[in-house]
Design a protein around this ligand. Structure first.
Ligand SMILES: *Cc1c(COP(=O)(O)O)cnc(C)c1O
Length: 467
C-alpha cells in the first residue's frame, strides 16, 4: 500500500515512512492510495473474533508488506492485552436501539489509547529494525499527552517530551502524565497556555537542527495515519456486535479534530454498512456549521466542559475534503490556501449535498451536556463523561431511522472530567481499580519558561544519542 498527500505534491510513501513522517512535505496529510475493500460475506465471517484478531484483518491491508504477518499479529495482541476489560471495547445498551461503545478501558481511560498504544509499539518495532531512534515532541491540553506517554513508556528507541500548560490541565490528567517514571519520558510544564505549547512544537518541527544526535522527530498528533487506521477497527467491532453486516448501523461521534469520525468514514469506504455518521460537537462547532450550512469558518475558541473537543479548526477535515473533490490534490491545495488566508471555506453545493447523504451534525451546549449526563444516570444508572454525553445527546436528537442501531462512541471515562458530572448533580466518579493509587504516586515534571530556546535545549540535552 502506498500513501499519497492530500495536496498532491509530496512523494507517495510506503507505510513505514508514513508512520515516521507525520505531515507531508507539501503541507498535506497522507491517505492511502485506495480504500481496501471487504465484501459483506467476508465481514460476516469475522463475528466472534477477539478484538486483536479483528484488528489484524482490518489493519493488514494498510500495512501491506511493511511488517511480516506474525510480527503484526504479536504487536496487536500485546497492544490490546493491556486494556482492563476483556472485550477491549464493550457495548452498553442505553435504550431500545441506542448503544454506547466504551472506548475508555485503556491505560489512560480515553479512546486515544486505542491508537497510541499501537503507535508506540509500531514505532519501536520499525526503529529497532532500522537501528534508528526517534524523538517525539508533542503539546497537550490533556488526553493526547497522557495517551502518548503511556504508549511510549516501554519503547527502547523513542524519547518522548510532552509540553503541557503549567497549572492549566486537570489534576487527573496531569498525574496521568507525570506519574509515569521512565528514563525516556519527559514532562515539561510550560509557563504559558496550550497555544504557546503548540506553537513551540510546530517550531521544533520546522527547524530540527537543534537536535544534535541523528534522531528523527516524529509527530503523534491525530494527523498521523496510523492513529486513524487503529480507530477503524472498533467501528467494525461494534457493528458486528449489533448485527452488521446483515443490517446497517449508525454512529454518533463526539468530534474535535475529525480524526475519530473520519475513521468511521474509512470503515464505510471499506465495506461496512454504515447508514449515518453523526458529527457531535460542543460549542466549538466549525464542523457542525459546515454540515448544516456549508460554512467551514474559523471562530474564536470557547472553553467548555468537554475540553478535548475545544478546537477552532479540525485538522483531519482536509482528508474528507480530498475525497469530496475526487482526490484532486491541486484543488485541495487551493482550497486550504484560501482558507488559511480568509478563515472560511465553502464547497460546491452538489459536493456538500453528497457528503450530507452520510453525515449529519449536532452542536451541544454545556447545559444540554449536563442534562444528558443526569438523564442517562436517572434512566439507566449510567455515568457518562461530558464528551460521550454530547454524542448521546446528538444520537437522541438526530437519529434518522429508529430501526437502525445507533452507537455512540464513549470517548472518555467520567472520572477524567468530574466537573461536568458534579454539575449534573451526581457524585464525583471514582477511579477504577487500576488507577486507585493515582493520587499517591510520585510525580515528575520540569517547569520551564515559555521560551523556544529553553525547550529546544532541554530536548537536545535529554534525548539519548544513538549508540
Ligand atoms: C480527542 C478526544 C475527542 C475528539 O477526538 P477527535 O479525533 O479529535 O475528533 C473526543 N473526546 C475525547 C475524550 C478526546 O480525548
Amino acid at each position: 500500500m502506498k500513501y499519497i498527500s492530500t495536496r498532491g505534491q509530496a512523494p507517495a510513501l510506503g507505510f513505514e515512512d508514513v508512520l515516521l513522517t507525520g505531515l507531508a512535505s507539501d503541507g498535506g496529510l497522507y491517505v492511502p492510495e485506495y480504500w481496501p475493500q471487504f465484501t459483506l460475506e467476508e465481514i460476516a465471517t469475522w463475528r466472534g473474533l477477539s478484538y486483536a484478531e479483528l484488528a489484524e484483518k482490518i489493519i493488514t491491508p494498510f500495512v501491506g508488506e511493511a511488517i511480516p504477518q506474525n510480527d503484526l499479529r504479536q504487536i496487536l495482541h500485546d497492544t490490546y492485552q493491556g486494556f482492563d476489560h476483556s472485550a477491549v471495547a464493550p457495548l452498553t445498551q442505553l435504550d431500545s436501539n441506542q448503544w454506547v461503545l466504551e472506548l475508555f478501558h485503556g491505560p489512560t481511560l480515553a479512546f486515544k489509547d486505542f491508537a497510541l498504544q499501537l503507535l508506540g509499539r509500531l514505532l519501536d518495532y520499525l526503529l529497532a529494525r532500522r537501528s534508528e531512534k526517534a524523538v517525539i515532541v508533542g503539546a497537550t491540553s490533556g488526553d493526547t499527552g497522557s495517551a502518548a506517554i503511556e504508549g511510549c513508556r516501554h519503547c527502547d528507541n523513542v524519547d518522548i517530551f510532552i509540553l503541557h500548560p503549567h497549572q492549566r490541565v486537570s489534576e487527573v490528567q496531569r498525574r496521568q502524565m507525570t506519574t509515569v517514571v521512565a528514563d525516556n519520558v519527559h514532562n515539561l510544564a510550560v509557563q504559558g497556555n496550550f497555544d504557546d505549547c503548540q506553537a513551540m512544537v510546530k517550531a521544533c518541527f520546522q527547524q530540527q537542527d537543534f537536535l544534535q544526535s541523528k534522531a528523527r522527530l516524529v509527530a503523534v498528533n491525530s494527523i498521523n495515519w496510523a492513529r486513524i487506521m487503529a480507530q477503524v477497527v472498533y467501528y467494525f467491532y461494534a457493528a458486528l456486535a449489533v448485527g452488521a453486516p446483515q443490517r446497517s448501523v449508525a454512529f454518533s461521534v463526539p468530534t474535535g479534530n475529525f480524526g475519530d469520525i473520519y475513521a468511521g468514514y474509512v470503515a464505510r469506504n471499506m465495506g461496512l454498512p454504515i447508514s449515518q455518521l453523526l458529527v457531535a460537537t460542543n460549542r466549538n462547532d466549525i464542523l457542525h456549521r459546515f454540515m448544516a450550512n456549508n460554512q467551514y469558518s474559523k471562530e474564536d475558541l470557547s472553553p467548555t466542559l468537554s475540553p478535548s473537543m475545544d478546537i477552532m479548526v479540525s485538522s483531519n477535515f482536509e482528508r474528507l475534503l480530498f475525497d469530496m473533490y475526487g482526490r484532486d490534490g491541486a484543488a485541495i491545495d487551493q482550497l486550504m490556501t484560501s482558507f488559511q488566508q480568509q478563515g472560511t471555506l465553502t464547497v460546491d453545493s452538489w459536493r456538500w449535498e453528497l457528503t450530507r447523504q452520510l453525515f449529519d451534525s449536532c452542536s451541544v451546549t454545556d447545559e444540554e451536556t449536563c442534562q444528558t449526563i443526569g438523564d442517562a444516570y436517572r434512566n439507566c444508572q449510567y455515568k457518562l463523561d461530558p464528551h460521550s454525553a454530547i454524542g448521546v445527546r446528538a444520537a437522541m436528537t438526530c437519529q434518522r431511522d429508529q430501526q437502525i442501531p445507533m452507537i455512540t462512541l464513549a470517548t472518555a471515562h467520567p472520572v477524567k472530567f468530574p466537573e461536568a458530572v458534579v454539575r449534573a448533580g451526581l457524585s464525583s466518579p471514582e477511579l477504577p481499580d487500576s488507577m486507585a493509587d493515582l493520587y499517591e504516586r510520585e510525580e515528575r515534571y520540569t517547569v520551564i519558561e515559555n521560551e523556544l530556546a529553553d525547550v529546544q535545549s532541554y530536548v537536545a540535552k535529554y534525548a539519548r544519542p544513538l549508540n
